[in-house]
Design a protein around this ligand. Structure first.
Ligand SMILES: Cc1cc2nc3c(=O)[nH]c(=O)nc-3n(C[C@H](O)[C@H](O)[C@H](O)COP(=O)(O)OP(=O)(O)OC[C@H]3O[C@@H](n4cnc5c(N)ncnc54)[C@H](O)[C@@H]3O)c2cc1C
Length: 314
C-alpha cells in the first residue's frame, strides 16, 4: 500500500535491492512512514544478476540463485505493509532539504532519505557497445551460456568475473578471446591456472578493445595494443562480446552534496549516515571493500533503527 500523501514521510528509500528492502521491512516494523522508489519494473537489484547458489547468507541455505533469495525476501515482505513504487526513477536529490525529484517532475520530501541505489556494471563506452547490447553484446556468461554455445566469443576484463566467465564459456564455445588492458590478470590464482591449461582460451594482454562492429549483430572487435598506438587496429572476427570490467556506484545524484571517496562510494558513519544529517547510505554504495547481501540487509536495518531512535527522542 502507498502511504497517504498528505503528511510528511519519515523516510524515502531510493532503491529496492537487499539494502532498500531491508530498510523498508524495518521501517514497517518500527511504524515509520516510508516509501521505496525503484526505477526498474521489478524489485531486487543485483539479486537478479546472481546465477549461482547463494549459500553464504543466513537463511538462504537452499537458494539456487539470487532470484530464489529474492523470492524469500518477497514472501516475507508480502506479509508486511511496505510501500514500494516501481518504475519510478529519482533524478535529483537535494540532500540538505531532504527532497527528491522523480523522472516526470514530481517532487517529494521526507524527514530522512535512505539511499540504497547500489552498483551498476562498468561499461567501456566504446562505439558498438550500447548499439549491439542484446545483439551479441552480453552481460552474463552464465545467463547467456546456451545462446553462446558454438560461437566465438571475446570476453573483456582481467578480474575474477572476466576469467570465470571465459572458463565457463570455453566449456561450450570453440574459441574464447580474453582481452585485458593490463599486463597481467587480476583474477584469483586458481582461475588463472585453469586458464593456462585451457586450449580454447587465448588471452590478449596489454590490449584494449576500441570498437565493436557488425551490421544487425556483432561481427567482430577492433583491438589496439597499448604498446603500439601508432599501429592500425587489428580486426578480430567474433560472434559475441562479454564486458566484465567491474562495477561502479550509483552515486552521481549525491556528487558535491555528501562526502564520497575517490571511486564515488559514499562515506558513512557507523550509523550509516552520510556527511549530511538525515541522509543515510546503505548497501553496496557505501561498501566498496566487502559488498554482500548480509551487509546490505544489516545496513538497511541500522539506518531504519537510527531514524526511529531519533524520532522517539524528539
Ligand atoms: C554476480 C554476483 C554474485 C554475487 N554473489 C553474492 C553472494 O553469493 N553472496 C552475497 O552475500 N552477495 C553476493 N553478491 C553481492 C550482493 O548481490 C550485493 O552486495 C547486494 O545485492 C547489494 O544490494 P544493494 O541493495 O546495496 O544494491 P542493488 O542490489 O544494486 O540495488 C540497488 C537498486 O537501486 C535501484 N536504483 C538505482 N538508482 C536509482 C534511482 N536513481 N532511482 C530509483 N532506483 C534506483 C536499482 O535499480 C536497484 O534495484 C553478488 C553480486 C553479484 C553481482
Amino acid at each position: 500500500m502507498l502511504p497517504d500523501s498528505s503528511s510528511m514521510l519519515d523516510a524515502i528509500i531510493i532503491g529496492s535491492g537487499a539494502a532498500g528492502l531491508s530498510a523498508a521491512l524495518w521501517c514497517d516494523d518500527l511504524k515509520l512512514r516510508h516509501l521505496v522508489l525503484e526505477r526498474r519494473a521489478d524489485v531486487g537489484g543485483q539479486l537478479h544478476w546472481i546465477h549461482n547458489p547463494v549459500a553464504n547468507h543466513l537463511g538462504t541455505i537452499d537458494a539456487a540463485n539470487g532470484r530464489a533469495v529474492l523470492d524469500i525476501f518477497a514472501a516475507q515482505l508480502a506479509r508486511r505493509d511496505v510501500s514500494i513504487r516501481t518504475n519510478t526513477e529519482v533524478t535529483r536529490i537535494d540532500a540538505l532539504k531532504h527532497t527528491v525529484r522523480l523522472a516526470g517532475g514530481e517532487e517529494m520530501a521526507a524527514r530522512n532519505i535512505i539511499l540504497a541505489s547500489g552498483l551498476r556494471r562498468r561499461t567501456l563506452g566504446i562505439p558498438g557497445e550500447a548499439e549491439f547490447r542484446g545483439r551479441g553484446v552480453s552481460a552474463s556468461g552464465t545467463r547467456d551460456r546456451n545462446a553462446l554455445a558454438g560461437r566465438t566469443v571475446c570476453v573483456i576484463g582481467g578480474g575474477d568475473a572476466a576469467v570465470e566467465n571465459a572458463l565457463l564459456l570455453a566449456e561450450v564455445c570453440p574459441q574464447v578471446w580474453l582481452v585485458h588492458r593490463g599486463a597481467g590478470l587480476r583474477a584469483r590464482p586458481e582461475f588463472v591456472e585453469r586458464l593456462a591449461d585451457n586450449e580454447r582460451i587465448t588471452p590478449r594482454l596489454t590490449t584494449r578493445v576500441t570498437r565493436i562492429f557488425g551490421t544487425s549483430s556483432v561481427e567482430g572487435v577492433e583491438l589496439q595494443r597499448d604498446d603500439a598506438y601508432d599501429a592500425e587496429p587489428e580486426r578480430l572476427p567474433v560472434d559475441a562480446v562479454l564486458v566484465r570490467i567491474g562495477y561502479e556506484p550509483n552515486t552521481e545524484l549525491l556528487r558535491a552534496q555528501v562526502d564520497l571517496d575517490d571511486a564515488g562510494y559514499v562515506r558513512v558513519t557507523h550509523e550509516h549516515e552520510t556527511s549530511v544529517r538525515g541522509v543515510f547510505a546503505v548497501g553496496d554504495i557505501a561498501n566498496p571493500i566487502a559488498p554482500t547481501i548480509s551487509g546490505a540487509v544489516g545496513a538497511g536495518a541500522t539506518a531504519a533503527k537510527v531514524i526511529e531512535a531519533r524520532h522517539r527522542n524528539r
